[in-house]
Ligand binder design. Sequence first.
Ligand code: MG
Length: 158
Amino acid sequence: MRIGHGYDAHVFADGRRLVLGGVNIPFTRGLAAHSDGDVIIHALCDALLGAAALGDIGRHFPDTSPEYRNIDSRILLRKILTLLEEQNLKVANVDATVLAQAPKLAPYFDAMRTFLAGDLKIPIGRINIKATTTEGMGFIGRGEGMAAYAVALLDERE
Ligand code: MG
């Protein structure tokens, strides 16, 4: 088996949708990014690529490429799963932590897990998502943006 770790952060911006784990979340601001700014999926993509020793999300999907402008990050996630399958790897489980002062994200976790389970072709019980504030500390606490950490475990396919 192989383990990988990922991290991502984006700054809040007006006039953007907030998309996390593929779910549209009602909020006053969204996250600025070349793609849809889905920090959870970006951290997860890097964890998966890391476990497979395939580099990082920026290498596979450059933010200078018009092809990926405002792209649904679930498309990137599914492309990465294809890369893993080409390496004869499958996802064993993933775990992500979102850092955000607001909004409350717990009501959306199951919808996120359902999307990610479909994209990664694993049962929902192998996906965990959780959130924490930073108790007002730092750029997260000041509400300047959001960040996410993820870890992924891969197995060889039989
Ligand atoms: Mg990102």
